[in-house]
Design a protein around this ligand. Structure first.
Ligand code: NAP
Length: 243
């Protein structure tokens, strides 16, 4: 097991991609703490983690400075020093620019971008050697009509990754994953328009990813075989973006 003795935090891991990452890290031996807002599925995720390692589930809003500090305090009290941070919590808002309210824009930026800033700052204050993995999106590179706040937040996360890879080197490695469309609640017909979902399928591999396919990259970036990698953004996206 590659992560035996390590402690990881995954934000927004009650379901979806975060859940798969949390479980993937736990399977490699890490103790995994995660947060969510108020998701009843968190209990099942915690049991899954406890089945292979040790977990901690806490309700904390990543956009709230004090909630983030309390969350990190609770993790340190239970598990000790934190080695790995995965900034995964995110929300989507789809609407034409003219119909996007300031409150919609602010909420998406607060959770997706400010949240990553707050957790990363807290991590850097407490950790001298570790890994940060930011979950961006292929749309942060490509752009997408009717998703102004979301794409701006994800572009910001890629930029944040590069800056912090410089600033926190050499002891903290900072990388991003930019997933393509992945089968979760975020890509359900309740969350996205049929037009957006159709666009998401228009890739060389012509399918959605599975959360575990994103988690495999996160586990690699948290582990011993990625020690010479920092400041990168990895597309796990079925070919939607090619560099
Ligand atoms: P999801 O299924 O909607 O899950 C989102 C998770 O984030 C839930 O656990 C949710 O918990 C939590 N969360 C939301 N707001 C939060 C907040 N303010 N504080 C703490 N936790 C919060 O989403 P997903 O599809 O797994 O997406 C995970 C990440 O991958 C996001 O950053 C997303 O932008 C990115 N991504 C997803 C796709 C995709 O196609 N699915 C593609 C590219 C990138 P609650 O329910 O309690 O709020």
């Amino acid at each position: 097991m590659n992560l035996e003795g390590k402690v990881a935090i995954v934000t927004g891991a009650s379901r979806g991609i975060g859940r798969a990452i949390a479980f993937g890290l736990a399977k490699e031996g890490a103790k995994v703490a995660f947060c969510h807002l108020d998701d009843p599925q968190a209990e099942a995720t915690l049991s899954e983690i406890n089945g292979v390692s040790e977990g901690l589930s806490i309700s904390a809003d990543v956009s709230d400075e004090h909630a983030v500090i309390d969350f990190f305090d609770a993790v340190q009290t239970k598990f000790g020093a934190i080695d790995i941070l995965v900034n995964n919590a995110g929300i989507l808002h789809e609407a034409p620019l003219a119909d996007t309210l300031v409150s919609d824009f602010d909420r998406v930026i607060s959770v997706n971008l400010r949240g990553s800033f707050l957790t990363t700052r807290e991590f850097s204050r407490r950790t001298t050697k570790g890994r940060i993995i930011n979950i961006a999106s292929d749309l942060g590179v490509l752009g997408r009509e009717n998703m102004v706040a979301y794409t701006a937040s994800k572009g910001g996360i890629i930029s944040l990754t590069r800056t912090l890879a410089l600033e926190l080197a050499p002891d903290i490695l900072v990388n991003a994953i930019a997933p393509g469309s992945t089968e979760t609640d975020m890509t359900s017909p309740q969350s996205m328009s049929p037009q957006a979902l159709a666009k998401d399928l228009n890739t060389p591999l012509a399918r959605f990813g599975q959360p575990e396919e994103i988690a495999d990259m996160a586990v690699f970036l948290a582990g011993p075989k990625s020690q010479f990698i920092t400041g990168q953004c990895f597309g796990v996206n079925g070919g939607s973006v090619m560099h």
